[in-house]
Write a protein of this length. Structure first.
Length: 608
């Protein structure tokens, strides 16, 4: 029997129970709404309603539904955790995290409790969630499980709102800047909310996720070393303690650096997206955050709320806390006017950034001591724009490191630590200029890549394609973008605007993201459709120019060749983009292989 036929049978049985006064009119309406919202439940309902007397059927139906108050007081089973081998939760850079104090969101728990008292106790249209035993073993599983359990509780209510909302992964909301692990989005209707079209969909809050095992280790180490009493063990206080601590000098970042970076990355997602509200969660524990004050640079963090926190006569459950957060973040989601009321940066405000077309080298480290003088001679900082950038030869690891790796058979863990150390010591990044959020005007999405969405953006009087990577999240992506910047300002500087886009700006955004702004083209070879022979020849010539500078592109695809067509009869401009996987090499065999690969791709085999 089809689902529609089963649904008709269930409705007829419900109607009979209502006419016989076994269920009330409101219950009858709630059951019909439940069937409409949960079609997958219909076969089981139809089968169950075949048996027992009318009173048994009524009890069964009522147990299928949850009142809203009962839904938000669902008891969550204990989580289990697998051991995670590495403690490298945050791959970072050798920049100072802004030293702003963080305050306690002291009213959060009491406000959430007061809000829980006004939840509609009669609304019966939610199914009872069933939670199996859940195990967490990585950041990815934490993200997936958060969305699974929240989907079974809070998303039921969010979906029923006049303007529905949902929690989802960031890739379901490509208009979001940066790469927060989870976002809460809303729309005027369910169709728009679940569509791939960004029009009409709005961002409400951002979430940074960390595995419980790893964040707990960091927090416990700080508690043990600082001998913090119970009253001082909240995240906001430990962050303020970490502000005054220095790196211990180890290859990896210290526990204090890691904690600062986690908090600041979460704050950065809120800032770059102009949102007031955000969260840090391990699923086992959640910290709710908001920005306060006129300039909204002050971050407030709630006490930790455990997912196992239940409702009592003096406290809200975790689900009720999350519900309160959803409501308050929806009421005033923007940290400032979404149209960007603050004036953007002008060239006069940014006079140290070089000429109108290209940004000059970053300033060298100040020679205030032996340590700084040593850094100034570091081969990673190359102010002469010669061909070699040792930290980005090969697969992105320095030639020195690769030789050492080969001779000593360094294992994967040691190699990862070496990469992190090299990023930390990167002079280019350390002295890169920081720009505030109000300096940028963001336009529409141009495309998508490994680093997330690419936006049209204006900085000063320069409008271009903006790509950005989180400073404190993914060391591999950060390394790729730094490599791309070095390629632009180094060996390929002389062919900017000819075979590659012009580098308009690069720097740090909100002390949370590294960005690169390049001149705009129009379409890629993958989308333009009618590529001319002349344009193919220009693409081949462009790759040959890269090779003549000792640069192997490393990712030859039609999507990485841009074309800008001029007036009819004029020559098109063809540019190569995306140098995250590029490397310096003098291996002619490798370069010839890449060139042949391009010719096959373009159907130009045999062209000299």
């Amino acid at each position: 029997m089809s689902t529609s036929s089963l649904a008709t049978t269930v409705r007829q049985e419900l109607n009979r129970l209502f006419l016989n006064a076994v269920i009330t009119e409101k219950e009858f309406g709630d059951f019909l709404a439940y069937i409409s919202d949960n079609p997958d439940e219909i076969p089981e309902l139809e089968d169950s309603l075949k048996y027992g007397n009318d009173n048994v059927k009524a009890i069964y139906l009522r147990n299928r539904l949850n009142r809203l108050t009962k839904l938000f007081r669902t008891v969550f089973p204990a989580l289990s955790f697998n051991r995670i081998k590495t403690k490298s939760t945050v791959k970072s850079a050798s920049r100072r995290v802004p030293n702003y104090p963080v305050e306690l969101w002291g009213a959060f728990l009491s406000n959430a409790f007061n809000a829980s008292l006004s939840i509609n106790a009669e609304d019966r249209k939610f199914y009872k969630p069933n939670f199996p035993q859940l195990t967490i073993n990585s950041e990815d599983t934490t993200v997936d499980l958060f969305l699974e359990v929240v989907g079974k509780v809070n998303d039921q209510r969010l979906a029923s709102l006049p303007n529905p909302q949902m929690w989802c992964k960031r890739n379901q909301a490509p208009f979001v800047k940066g790469e927060p692990d989870i976002v809460c989005i809303g729309a005027p209707n369910s169709t728009t909310l679940h569509s791939t079209n960004e029009n009409g969909v709005s961002l409400i809050a951002t979430v940074e996720v960390k595995p419980d095992q790893l964040l707990n280790n960091i927090i416990q180490e700080i508690i043990d070393e600082q001998r913090l009493p119970g009253s001082e063990r909240e995240l906001y206080n430990m962050y303020n303690v970490a502000r005054g601590q220095n790196d211990s000098g180890t290859n990896n970042y210290s526990k204090y650096d890691k904690l600062r970076n986690i908090v600041h990355q979460a704050f950065g997602y809120m800032v770059v997206n102009d949102r007031r509200y955000g969260m840090i969660t391990t699923l086992n524990k959640t910290w709710f955050m908001f920005r306060k004050g006129g300039d909204e640079k002050t971050l407030c963090i709630s006490p930790a709320v455990s997912i196992s926190q239940v409702y009592t006569y003096y406290q809200a459950s975790f689900w009720e806390c999350l519900r309160y957060f959803e409501d308050v973040s929806t009421s005033i989601p923007y940290a400032r006017s979404p149209s960007g009321s603050e004036p953007p940066l002008t060239d006069s405000d940014d006079s140290d950034d070089g000429d109108s077309d290209n940004q000059e080298d970053p300033p060298p480290p100040p020679p205030s001591g032996k340590k700084d003088q040593k850094k100034k001679k570091d081969p990673d900082y190359n102010s002469s724009h010669k061909r070699k950038f040792p930290s980005y030869t090969g697969s992105g690891v320095s030639s020195r490191t690769r030789r050492k790796t080969k001779s000593n058979a360094t294992n994967n863990t040691e190699l990862k630590e070496t990469k992190e150390k090299e990023i930390k010591e990167d002079i280019l990044l350390k002295y890169m200029k920081n720009y505030d959020r109000n300096h940028f005007t963001f336009g529409h999405i141009l495309g998508y890549g490994r680093t997330g969405s690419i936006f049209e953006a204006t900085l000063g009087r320069k409008t271009g394609a903006l790509k950005m990577v989180a400073l404190y999240k993914d060391g591999n992506k950060l390394e790729e973008l730094l490599s791309e910047i070095k390629i632009y300002i180094g060996p390929l500087k002389v062919i900017q605007g000819i075979h590659i886009p012009r580098l308009l700006k690069f720097g740090v955004l909100c002390e949370a993201f590294v960005f690169i702004l390049t001149s705009l083209a129009e379409e890629t070879f993958a989308t333009i459709g009618d590529i001319t022979r002349k344009e193919k020849e220009l693409a081949i010539k462009g790759l040959q120019e890269l090779h003549s500078k000792g640069v192997m592109h490393g990712d030859v695809r039609l999507e990485n060749i841009m074309v800008k067509r001029r007036n009819k009869g004029s020559t098109s401009c063809v540019w190569w983009i995306d140098f995250g996987w590029s490397k310096m090499t003098d291996n002619l065999k490798e370069l010839d292989k890449e060139l042949t690969e391009l010719k096959y791709l373009l159907g130009m085999v045999g062209m000299k």
